[in-house]
Design a protein around this ligand. Sequence first.
Ligand code: ACO
Length: 376
Amino acid sequence: METPTYRPGLEGVIASTTNVSYLDVDIEQILVRGYDLIELARELKYTDVAYLVIYGKLPNPTQSEEFSKKLTSKADIPEELYRMFELMPKNTSVMDALRTGVSFLSGYESPNRLDNNSYDINLERGINLLAKVPTIAVSAYRALNDLSFVKPNPNIGYSENFLYMITGTSPDAESTDAFDKIHTCYIEHEMPNSTFAARVIASTLSDMYGAVAGAVASLKGPLHGGANEAAIKMVLEILTAGGPDEAEAYTMNKLERKERIMGFGHRVYMNKYDPRALFLRDYIPRLAGNIANGTQISDIYNKVEFVMNREKGLYPNTDYPIGILYYMLGIPIPLYTPIFLCSRMAGLAAHILEQHEDNRLFRPRVIYNGPRGLTV
Ligand code: ACO
């Protein structure tokens, strides 16, 4: 029998074929449905890129408008879900509330329909989830912090409404534009842990709600989506410790203690700049004026980046600039990772659709290192 190869963390292992996206590391491009993600972020609004990710082609102007309207018209959530968020223990993290909220929605489908993973029904489900996850995340945050709900406004666009629900006020055009571009940068990224988790769950022919709930749990981890929260917390710690002049000593101390600097490194492009981070870092000086200590935070960002590159040859991943940008947009930190999930919902829907269309159950093997032959 051929000796099986073990790759810890499945590094470099091909888990699936896909038409959704690919990290072409050689040319430093994130390919999404044939397009360069950064060009999509630069040129288009998030909902158009979400349409592309889900349907596989760009919308024409009518489809673009209809899709945007569909998302805003479906954004509100059932009254029971608002009530449930009020009943949750106040210690619940927003990611856990979001995971629960996604599961909760499955109860609005009859058991027969829920078992139906046909393309059309999954498509409708995916679009419904894409529309609702921002309202779930923000309403959970609001209830957990004893703030009154801000229900979605169906008369404004996706990103404007999302920021409006978070802050309770109408955002300016520059903030809405930056927020929209961040959504696009997070929209889809080949086979990260959360997408893999969703596909593994979907491969049992379980429904999309379960697959997305699994992806939320995966994304919560600090080695994955949780890094955007960890990155801003680190930058704020440096700010409190003395500001930009402290950044080098702080980073060196952490590295000496063999601690990770969150927002740096990536399994696929470990020693190259994540193209999304490269694109988004230009927004930091643009938004720095939004907050009192924006310039200092921007300087800390640059210094930590310099030290990490010099000491470890590592570059920022997208969570590093995004953690800082969300802060400059006035977004509460517990919402950072939930917002990442909302942006990624389009990619998750596309992958679950693809998995159900050409399914084979994921069921790998192990190398057994335990004892044998024991008797009771
Ligand atoms: N800080 C310090 N050292 C690091 C970091 C980091 N952020 N990332 C990697 N390294 C070092 C490791 O210490 C290790 O060094 P060694 O060989 O001297 O021991 C080497 O780089 C390889 O690291 P691994 O953990 O083996 O690489 P892996 O591919 O498993 O990890 C990961 C990738 C988890 C992203 C890692 O870079 C990390 O922990 N980064 C910080 C968390 C983070 O930013 N996550 C977000 C990822 S992107 C996303 O989810 C959107």
